[in-house]
Design a binder for this molecule. Structure first.
Ligand SMILES: C[S@@+](CC[C@H](N)C(=O)[O-])C[C@H]1O[C@@H](n2cnc3c(N)ncnc32)[C@H](O)[C@@H]1O
Length: 247
């Protein structure tokens, strides 16, 4: 029987979560390069698509949740349009790194905040737009996290998730599971020439294995945000879900 990696609330078990966050920190020197490789370029394309879909963030208060190395924030800042942009992450290592990465785009309206998805350190109804990319599946409690995103969204607020997808179709799903379990870590290992040990990309599997299928995820998200716009890349291997807060 396999090891149980799921917590009781549709999220990762706490010890698995710690391993995942540590792996993402370890991956930092080659994070973008390898992610572009294993996603056939779609990881960045999906971020760009989601941000374009939102349109100009002029005058908006925006949260980039699970900011990591700052990929979404960099795009948003390059357009110089948000009123306030907050990058949130639980990892102090990621926040330090993002600060360095985005130093050149030193905008006074960009703030980095340490905090967790499950207990967002913000008062209610402050954000016009929340984007979270390749991070929602790392939560230790999915419904609590979505409840938090809804709480801190304005009544007109919009929420966008970009993440690895799990196709509903059995054949495609089997292909995706095999890819994430075996092929993805192998490509990563070869590309980084075994430099980082243990291989951080092996830790995508525990986050992927418990992920709901794309349709199930849309149904869960739809309880808080909707109607949802759904866009899939790589036949459902990457997904964007976006909708307004339900009031
Ligand atoms: C895979 S990275 C994604 C980074 C970036 N958004 C991107 O598009 O590449 C996930 C980020 O979420 C953070 N994270 C994971 N679980 C978290 C939680 N429960 N609360 C806050 N941050 C979390 C990790 O530290 C990491 O920086």
């Amino acid at each position: 029987m396999g090891v149980r990696r799921i917590g009781t609330d549709g999220g990762l078990r706490k010890d698995v979560w710690e391993g995942v966050v540590a792996a993402i920190e370890d991956a930092l020197p080659v994070y973008d390069k390898i992610n572009q490789l294993i996603s056939f370029g779609r990881a960045e394309e999906a971020r760009q698509y989601a941000i374009n879909q939102m349109g100009p963030a002029d005058g908006l208060v925006v949260l980039d949740s699970g900011v990591g190395p700052g990929n979404n924030s960099r795009i948003i800042l390059s357009r110089n349009s948000a009123k306030v942009l907050v990058g949130l992450d639980e990892s102090a290592v990621q926040l330090e790194n993002t600060k360095r990465n985005l130093k050149a785009q030193n905008h006074e309206f960009f703030h980095l905040v340490r905090g967790s998805f499950e207990f967002l350190p913000f008062r209610g109804e402050v954000f016009d737009w929340i984007i979270t990319s390749y991070a929602l599946r790392d939560t230790v409690n999915l419904s609590q996290t979505l409840g938090e995103y809804s709480r801190v969204s304005k009544s007109t607020g919009r929420f966008t998730v970009v993440d690895i997808g799990k196709p509903d179709n059995y054949v495609k799903r089997t292909g995706s599971l095999l890819y994430v379990r075996f092929v993805m870590p192998l490509i990563a290992r070869l590309a980084m020439r075994n430099k980082i040990k243990p291989n951080p990309w092996r830790m995508i599997w525990p986050t992927y294995v418990h992920l709901p299928t794309n349709r199930q995820l849309a149904r869960i998200l739809g309880q808080w945000f909707g109607p949802l716009e759904v866009k899939e890349f790589l036949t459902g291997g990457v997904i964007i879900l976006s909708g307004r807060k339900r009031v």
